[in-house]
Ligand binder design. Structure first.
Ligand code: M6R
Length: 607
């Protein structure tokens, strides 16, 4: 979602604002803009579409100034036009904003009554006019911001510059992430630390309700105010982030690179959780899974939710503990019955997803034990949860989650076995843990030759609808396969538990709707085979992903992709890589924007 950058310096900032925005591109956006103060005037440059358009504009019309703010906008209120692109400004103040001002219409109505003329359809513009009104009334910038913030409802992060104070930059955080970057001779704001990494690794993560006032006087200084507007010291961390631009490393897309990295990232994640020599769990959490009343609740969104659905099978089968899985956006509003025996596990690549974060805060407020499984180390969720485990997938740039998803599966599986060990619910734990250590090799085998996925992608790129089926842990993988396909190829895809087909969805089957069946030769193979046959009989093209070399179906169009021999534990990792490849090659043949698909954001920081 929207990305924010701010720089207060002694040297020109426009080029670096763009550079910072390019490091936030992965979040997803549809317009971009920057503003600086130069010769006592706020000047903006804004452009629709990709950052290149803004760069071209700045080439034609350079932007001097040593203080500035920049923004990549993921449209919420108002379409992605030049007029709605940030920064929004009056003569006195310019603002960039990530999040949603929920009471903007009420505020806007009041401002219009006061004679204010709005130039955009955004919720952000009310913030600009409220600060402007306060400045006009003679308030200092910090008081103008303080008064404005007190009128806003919703979740947001803001960066603000003032025409009359070109030595000042302000930031505010409520619900959306914002970091302060510190140098002796410069100060920065960013939606994440990665955006600031080339200039500083001294980072302060602003907390909920914090406002930072940054000033350039004789030197550079900042003050952080908490929600009660008390000056407060926040921890400054020295990070060690890569400073280079993310590279595709010779692959045509980040997504393809990330699919291929999985053998390594899975290995990294497993080795952080499992002792290679003893095949015992290395998970060291002060959480007791053994209690009689313990309940596991897995809460997440999107792909992370599907990883959680997969894990339900493991927690119940291996640890024999009741496990419920919730969509964070539902959980947070449905008055869930929670108890202090509940171990609430929040699964998220970014660690910033607003619904998951809100669900986490709800669980905490009810006294539950909270554990975050997160890929971004210094994210809001790692800081908010009682405990966390990192998925070691490394930075994931493609908007469609791939290696982060498989790393979530890895952590959740190892966690379920760790819980099983504490609960003494099975006696083959070390065999299972050893088996997990072989998974990276199996995933590498899937990716050894992707030509069949490429051919299949060409075929699927001509379809409008696709059905996926799977059973057991492969049912959530079918859901994930359908989500991946929708996200990056824009082809309508649905996934069902194979046994559910004849309870309704089979009505969708016709010769134009291919079926992709995830069908390892496991305990349910015969049942899934019958389901495939039922669809084949009705004329649908059949694509079967299986490890059974003999499997065949008599139908008009049949394709089989033979995958490495799997076990009930390893299957979901193998079939995940396969469905990712299917989605990737289909999108490639359709010619869509694989890494930044339309309308999607990497980090969903609004509801
Ligand atoms: O960062 P999170 O894992 O919390 O994000 C959750 C979803 O937004 C995310 O998984 C989304 O569904 C991806 N685009 C999937 O590819």
């Amino acid at each position: 979602m929207c990305g924010i950058i701010g720089i207060l310096s002694n040297t020109l900032v426009a080029e670096r604002l763009i550079d910072g925005l390019s490091r936030l591109e992965y979040r997803g956006y549809d317009s971009a803009g920057v503003a600086t103060i130069y010769e006592n005037t706020i000047t903006k440059r804004r452009a629709e579409g990709k950052l290149q358009s803004l760069k071209d504009l700045l080439q034609q019309k350079p932007l001097p100034g040593t203080v500035g703010i920049g923004h990549t906008r993921w449209a919420t209120h108002g379409s992605p036009t030049h007029q709605n692109a940030h920064p929004h400004a009056t003569d006195r103040v310019a603002v960039v904003h990530n999040g949603i001002i929920e009471n903007y219409q009420l505020l806007k109505d009041g401002l219009i009554k006061d004679g204010v003329i709005f130039k955009s359809e955004t919720d952000t513009e009310v913030v600009v006019h409220l600060i402007d009104q306060a400045l006009q009334a003679g308030k200092s910038p910090d008081i103008a911001v303080k008064e404005t913030l007190s009128k806003l409802h919703g979740a947001f992060a803001l960066a603000i510059i003032f025409k009359e104070h070109s030595d000042m930059l302000m930031g505010a955080r409520r619900g959306s992430p914002l970091v302060l970057g510190i140098c002796d001779d410069e100060l920065f704001l960013g939606s994440d630390a990665w955006a600031l990494a080339p200039w500083t690794q001294k980072i302060c993560y602003l907390e909920e309700g914090d406002v930072v006032v940054m000033k350039r006087d004789n030197g550079f200084a900042y003050t952080i105010f908490n929600e009660a507007w008390q000056p407060i010291n926040r921890l400054v961390k020295h990070l060690n982030l890569a400073t280079g631009a993310a590279s595709k490393g010779g692959y045509s897309h980040f997504m393809l690179k990330e699919i291929f990295e999985q053998s390594q990232t899975l290995s990294d994640t497993f080795l952080s959780l499992i002792d290679e020599e003893t095949h015992t769990s290395r998970i060291n959490l002060p959480i007791d899974f053994s209690g009689e009343h313990v309940r596991i609740r897995l809460i997440a969104c999107g792909s992370s939710y599907y990883a959680s659905l997969t894990a339900k099978y493991w927690f119940e089968k291996y640890a024999q503990v009741l496990c419920e899985v919730d969509l964070a956006s539902e959980f947070r509003y449905r008055d869930p019955v929670l108890s202090k025996h509940d171990i609430c596990v929040f699964v998220s690549q970014s660690g910033e997803t607003s619904d998951t974060l809100a669900a986490l805060n709800l669980a905490k407020s009810k006294g539950c034990i909270t554990l975050a499984i997160v890929n971004v180390p210094e994210s809001s969720m790692t800081r908010a949860a009682d405990h966390h485990i990192l998925t070691l997938a490394g930075p994931e740039i493609g908007v469609a989650s791939t290696k982060a998803f498989s790393a979530q599966l890895a952590v959740l599986c190892a966690l379920a076995l760790h819980a099983a060990a504490q609960r003494k619910s099975m006696d083959t734990i070390s065999t299972h843990l050893r088996e997990l250590l072989h998974v990276p090799k199996l995933v590498a085998q899937v990716l050894q030759d992707v030509s069949l996925f490429d051919e299949l992608g060409l075929r699927l790129s001509q379809t409008r609808d696709v059905l996926f089926i799977g059973r057991g842990t492969n049912y959530p993988i079918a859901l994930e396969g359908a989500l991946k396909l929708k996200e990056i190829s824009y082809i309508h895809a649905e996934a069902y538990a194979a046994g559910e087909l004849k309870h309704g969805p089979i009505a969708l089957v016709d010769k134009l709707t291919p079926l992709i069946a995830i069908a390892p030769n496991d305990g349910w193979f015969e049942k899934t085979s019958s389901n495939i046959q039922e669809v084949a009989t009705r004329g649908a093209p059949i694509i079967v992903l299986t490890d059974d070399p003999m499997f065949t179906v008599n139908c008009l169009e049949f394709r089989k992709i033979l995958l490495p021999k799997s076990t009930p534990l390893s299957a979901c990792f193998i079939y995940t890589a396969a469905v990712q490849c299917i989605a990737y090659y289909t999108a490639l043949h359709k010619g869509t924007d694989v890494d930044q698909p339309r309308n999607l954001a990497k980090s969903v920081t609004v509801e």
